[in-house]
Design a protein around this ligand. Structure first.
Ligand SMILES: O=C(O)CCC(=O)C(=O)O
Ligand SMILES: [Fe+2]
Length: 295
């Protein structure tokens, strides 16, 4: 389907309706996703980080007039409420946690995949920023389409400022979750997810989208988060079990194989001063004292 406007539901819509529309169109807007009070707290908690963060250096994807602040759950209490929002988390569970049947000996059992909060990022598109290339967010997992019977990601963008066509509202191609991997997306097929501050856009990882161009004189600020299928991860948790001192003694190749690395599709980055950096760079910084200890 090719709608000219995204469907919008209110924040008290039943979860079944939200899931039905996302599965049909690939995306939808939820109005009043957070209250005015929550919006104010988020702005207060995130603004110091946004104003201290330089714009990106990558002219192709991240944008040189765009600020990106990650590590949000470590930095904002209110963001925890956003991540646990029943419509967002509930829709993610219903869309992603499709059970698989497996044999264990003579038992045919049903296993439900887990999900994890895969990315949290405040994105501020400044005046003069051009359009981001259209992409599918499930490219991080090199997901193929048509999907193997399951989606890999549900993404959310909460508008912290109003989102308009002029200031760079996220551009979406409704229905593109049904396209195969041969079809190229074009900007002509997109529509801007215009919404007032406090509303949120939800879209599946298989939907083509991208940040819009900001032709206005004020920044466009959003908070994005995504839940991913959690089975594309290491079985053993080396991040928790191998002390940083031991890790630093290991050859770089071993460090990378333990997960201290970025994949070619950018999985595993860590935000340092607003840039999405390879963990290898973090390990090389003498000021890095270990996970969660700051740098
Ligand atoms: O900023 C936006 O509106 C979208 C950003 C996005 O899709 C991305 O960085 O993957
Ligand atoms: Fe994206």
């Amino acid at each position: 389907m090719q709608a000219r406007k995204l469907s919008t539901v209110s924040c008290d819509a039943p979860i079944e309706q939200v899931v039905e529309i996302i599965k049909r169109d690939g995306a939808l807007v939820i109005s009043n996703f957070v209250s005015g009070e929550t919006l104010k707290s988020l702005a207060e908690e995130l603004e110091p980080y946004l104003s201290a963060t330089p714009c990106g250096v990558d002219p192709y994807f991240a944008g040189t007039q765009t600020r990106r602040v990650a590590r949000i759950i470590g930095r904002s209490d209110t963001a925890v409420e956003v991540a646990l929002n029943p419509l967002f988390l509930g829709a993610a569970r219903k869309i992603l946690q499709v059970p698989a049947h497996v044999w264990v000996g003579e038992d045919r059992i049903e296993v439900e995949p887990d999900i994890q909060l895969s990315i949290t990022q405040a994105i501020q598109i400044g005046p003069g920023q051009g359009r981001q290339p259209l992409h599918r967010d499930d490219t991080t997992s090199l997901w193929r389409h048509p999907q193997y019977g399951r989606e890999a990601r549900l993404q959310m963008m909460l508008a912290l400022s109003d989102f308009t066509e002029e200031n760079g509202a996220t551009r979406v191609i409704p229905g593109s979750h049904e396209w195969d991997d041969e079809r190229m997306p074009t900007q002509d097929e997109t529509i801007a997810a215009e919404m007032p501050a406090g509303s949120a856009l939800l879209w599946m990882g298989s939907v083509y989208h991208g940040g819009g161009a900001n032709t206005s004189s004020a920044p466009r600020t959003g908070l994005t988060m995504a839940y991913d299928l959690a089975f594309l991860r290491l079985e053993e948790n080396h991040f928790l079990s191998i002390p940083i001192e031991r890790l630093r003694q290991l050859p770089a190749e071993m460090q990378r194989l333990l997960g201290w690395s970025c994949s070619s599709t950018l999985l595993g980055w860590v935000e340092v001063d607003g840039q999405m950096r390879d963990p290898q760079e973090l390990l090389a910084m003498p000021s890095f004292a270990g996970a969660g200890k700051g740098f």
